[in-house]
Ligand binder design. Structure first.
Ligand SMILES: N[C@@H](CCC[C@H](N)C(=O)O)C(=O)O
Length: 274
């Protein structure tokens, strides 16, 4: 099995090319690949499959040639990954499977449009965020109230009064499973200035990561939204995460995420390792 290792603001992925959809990538295999001591190590796996060959995405085949089959480090599936889709797009261009420019990628959350050159940052139309009202999480005995946002996948973005570096995210934030039956990605953010946030995240299925693209959009929504009407004002947000910086833009219709996508290494998984 070939693999490529990449990251977007240090949210890192094992990319597994499987154009014909012939690979039976089980949750146990994903967890072993993502193991940072016994495997390659990553926050998640990006299986690269032609949409028409992906059973769960066949209906999107007219709109996108490639399907991003995203898995969390624990082997669970997720609907969308904002850093992952940039790395996915960069891989396709690097491998000669797509040309630089603008095109669609199919995901479990639907179609997302990416835009990229021969190198450099990648932009993604992340769709219209869905504001779902307030929610609560508890960390180290302290309660935080935040904003529930769907970016295709579930988020709870909580403002904090002090530097995010001071939070103890060594354990999963406690949330009410009745409110989050599918689990949730929990972001903690502080507004640093006009259109500028810092953020940390505890991801569903992966634990604390150095960045979460969908989470940066959710945090910017939480910072900007009119909580009475659910309106997200037009504007641009710079979001600093432990692994770097991304930009989130709202135009009244959709959200856009822009940031780096880096391919680091490639190789073969030994067949006798499994
Ligand atoms: N790191 C991702 C999000 C990955 C999926 C998430 N853990 C979930 O289960 O929803 C991103 O960059 O958006």
């Amino acid at each position: 099995m070939r693999f490529v290792k990449g990251h977007g603001t240090e949210n890192d992925f094992v990319i597994v090319p499987d154009p014909d959809g012939s690979l039976d990538l089980t949750p146990a295999m994903v967890a072993r690949l993502c193991d940072r001591r016994a495997g390659i190590g990553a926050d998640g796996v990006l299986r690269v499959v032609r949409t028409k060959a992906a059973a769960e995405a066949g209906a999107l085949a007219d709109d996108a040639e490639w399907f991003m089959d995203y898995r969390n480090a624990d082997g669970s599936v997720a609907e969308m990954c904002g850093n992952g889709i940039r790395v996915f797009a960069r891989y396709l261009v690097d491998a000669g499977l797509a040309a630089p420019g603008e095109w669609n990628v199919a995901t479990r959350a639907g179609i997302r449009r990416v835009s990229l050159g021969a190198d450099g940052d990648v932009s993604v139309d992340m769709g219209a965020p869905v504001y779902l009202g307030q929610g609560r999480a508890e960390v180290a005995g302290r309660a935080y109230t935040g904003v529930r946002v769907s970016m295709g996948n579930p988020h709870l973005a909580c403002p904090v009064p002090g530097p995010v570096a001071e939070l103890d995210l060594s354990r999963a934030p406690a949330v009410d499973p009745a409110v989050f039956p599918e689990g949730v990605n929990v972001e903690f953010f502080r507004v640093l200035g006009d259109g500028h946030l810092e953020m940390r995240v505890y991801e569903r299925g992966s634990g604390e990561t150095r960045s979460c693209g969908t989470g940066t959009v959710a945090a910017a929504v939480a910072a900007a939204v009119d909580r009475d009407t659910g309106t997200i004002p037009e504007g641009v947000w710079t979001v600093d995460v432990p692994g770097g910086r991304v930009t989130v833009a709202f135009d009244g219709q959709t959200s856009r995420l822009r940031g780096p996508a880096v391919l680091v290494a490639e190789g073969d998984i030994r067949p006798d390792w499994w």
